[in-house]
Design a binder for this molecule. Structure first.
Ligand code: NAP
Length: 247
């Protein structure tokens, strides 16, 4: 019973682990006993230092999803059990002005790289006959339209769809595939919203919990979805949003 939430003996890779939600997830998985590879387009030394200071095991790896196939050779024969696809970008402009360059950049990182990183992970585990867990970071904009973020909304709806199809295909291989849809979380991604007093107030007024979320609010859910406690949970897109979608 006490091992239900433990990740001892598991090897995890978290993308975008240098900051924000990815950093919190990496630290929390390590806190549950996982050996964590912290992947980023720049080094994740700060995250690795936090984990090792707490007595955990971690390393930093460079993966830049400007090349959506960047993770193609990472998993084969490397013994991973857990993949968290957290890396993501947002580009804001009115839909009438949205450029092809912004569209391609967002879709490449948030959607194409996410799928092909799942593919590389799934192939490796299925070849080894190993169970595993994938957690994809979706968004409230996997359910809602948003405003001035057309590529982001398209990509995050796609994250929900990719999560469900892979859950269907890989359930027979004991690989769970789930997503977390974070609400409004204080990170670099939402700095522009928090800096705009009117937007900040309208967002806060709608969150039943009455506050922005912290990256740690997402990390606990990710650890749960990777643990044995969630072994019959697959294909779920779980909103962690202080009640936003219930409103
Ligand atoms: P963040 O602080 O901006 O973190 C995004 C992470 O993705 C950073 O580590 C970033 O690296 C990395 N990344 C961006 N482009 C990359 C690339 N080409 N290759 C590799 N890594 C790349 O924002 P966050 O809020 O923690 O975002 C994490 C995830 O949560 C994203 O998928 C985001 O869409 C999602 N999300 C956030 C919120 C929110 O309210 N904050 C809500 C819903 C969903 P750099 O530091 O080098 O840029």
């Amino acid at each position: 019973m006490s091992d239900l939430f433990s990740l001892k003996g598991r090897k995890a890779l978290v993308t975008g682990a240098n900051t924000g939600i990815g950093q919190a997830i990496a630290v929390t998985l390590a806190g549950q006993g996982a050996d964590v590879t912290c992947a980023g387009r720049r080094d994740c030394d700060e995250t690795v230092a936090i984990i090792t200071d707490l007595g955990g095991t971690a390393r930093s790896v460079l993966l830049d999803f400007a090349d959506p196939m960047a993770a193609r050779d990472i998993f084969e024969g490397a013994g991973y059990d857990i993949l968290v696809n957290n890396a993501g970008i947002i580009r804001r402009a009115d839909s009438t002005d949205y450029t092809e360059a912004d569209w391609d950049a967002v879709i490449d990182v948030n959607q194409k790289a996410l799928f092909f990183t799942c593919q590389a992970f799934g192939r490796a585990l299925i070849a080894d006959g190993k169970p595993g867990a994938i957690v994809n970071i979706a968004s409230l904009l996997s359910f809602q339209g948003g405003i001035r973020v057309p590529a982001y909304t398209a990509s995050k709806h796609a994250v929900a769809g990719i999560t469900k199809i892979l859950a269907n295909e890989w359930a027979p291989h004991n690989i769970t595939v789930n997503a977390i849809a974070p609400g409004y979380i204080s990170t670099n991604n939402t700095e522009a919203l928090r800096a705009d007093p009117a937007r900040n107030k309208s967002i806060l007024d709608r969150i039943p919990a009455g506050r922005w979320g912290d990256p740690e609010d997402i990390a606990g859910t990710a650890a749960y979805l990777c643990s044995n406690a969630a072994k019959y949970v697959t294909g779920a897109v779980l909103n962690v949003d202080g009640g936003w979608l219930a409103r």
